[in-house]
Design a protein around this ligand. Structure first.
Ligand code: CAA
Length: 246
């Protein structure tokens, strides 16, 4: 029976590429979304037109524990358990520190970091009981190096590394691995929304000479989700075009 993969923020730039890659790898793929169902419908239609006709979409506000509990019930009822969890959903609320409000701080910490606990807590215990599981957390180069204008985002994404290393120790003996990927700047809406002159300065700092593609992140997820990655846990894989080497 095909394994089931759940991708949070699955309708976004990197999320869509991850869903498609995992579909090609033979998984049953479920994606969570936060915006209204109209967006889900048009996303599903687009995927179908491109030959990906079997995705499952679930509303989930990953920043709310109750919403994550409902997600688990719904996914279990439809698909059974989850074997692969990709914590990909996240937001930015960029501002210099002196302009950052408590609301901007809280929103990013809860959506990008608390959500990783909320969603993983639903699915990881069952993975451990079944003796197999893969969790892949999508962090950021800015967790590793810090970024001007992102005290909130850098803190939340760095928190994912600590979470990953701690949980990895608790579940490794049960066949569950948990790893982090730290993408650099990927050509998605999130990066395209940065003011052009700032964006071009950032691009100039990337030795590869370009932004990454969502597919270049999806291929790392694919590897970490596979049986071949059984010996890798608590690790972080950087994919940033050489922007930060650590
Ligand atoms: N280093 C040092 N100083 C800098 C700087 C930098 N990188 N960038 C700007 N400054 C300076 C400016 O020269 C200016 O100085 P003066 O006041 O002396 O003229 C000052 O900082 C501007 O401060 P403001 O508070 O007025 O800044 P702003 O409101 O115009 O813009 C910002 C702030 C929105 C955060 C903007 O700098 C920005 O968009 N930065 C990029 C943030 C970024 O990289 N976000 C990543 C989003 S994508 C993502 O997060 C995905 C991922 O994982 C990689």
């Amino acid at each position: 029976m095909a394994k089931t993969a759940l991708v949070t923020g699955g309708l976004g730039g990197i999320g869509t590429a991850i869903c498609r890659q995992l579909h090609c790898d033979g998984y049953t793929v479920a994606a969570t979304y936060i915006h209204n169902g109209v967006r889900l419908q048009s996303w599903l239609e687009k995927q179908k037109a491109d030959g990906f006709d079997s995705f499952h979409g679930y509303f989930c506000d990953i920043s709310q524990w109750e919403s994550c509990a409902k997600l688990k019930e719904a996914v279990e009822a439809d698909l059974g358990g989850v074997d692969i969890l990709v914590n990909n959903g996240g937001i930015t609320r960029d501002a210099t520190f002196r302009k950052m409000t408590a609301e901007m701080w809280d929103e990013v910490i809860v959506t990008n970091l608390s959500s990783v606990f909320y969603v993983s807590r639903q699915f990881v215990p069952d993975m451990a009981n079944r003796g197999f599981g893969r969790v892949v957390n999508i962090s950021s180069v800015n967790a590793q190096k810090g970024q001007f204008g992102q005290t909130n985002y850098s803190a939340a994404k760095a928190g994912m590394h600590g979470f990953t290393k701690a949980l990895a120790q608790e579940v490794v003996s049960k066949g569950v691995t948990i790893n982090t990927i730290s993408p650099g700047y990927i050509g998605t809406d999130m990066v395209n929304n940065i003011a052009e002159e700032v964006r071009e300065k950032i691009r100039a700092q990337i030795p590869v000479g370009r932004f990454g593609t969502p597919e270049e992140i999806a291929s790392v997820v694919s590897f970490l989700a596979s049986e071949n990655a059984a010996f890798i846990t608590g690790a972080n894989i950087a994919a940033n075009g050489g922007q930060h080497m650590y």
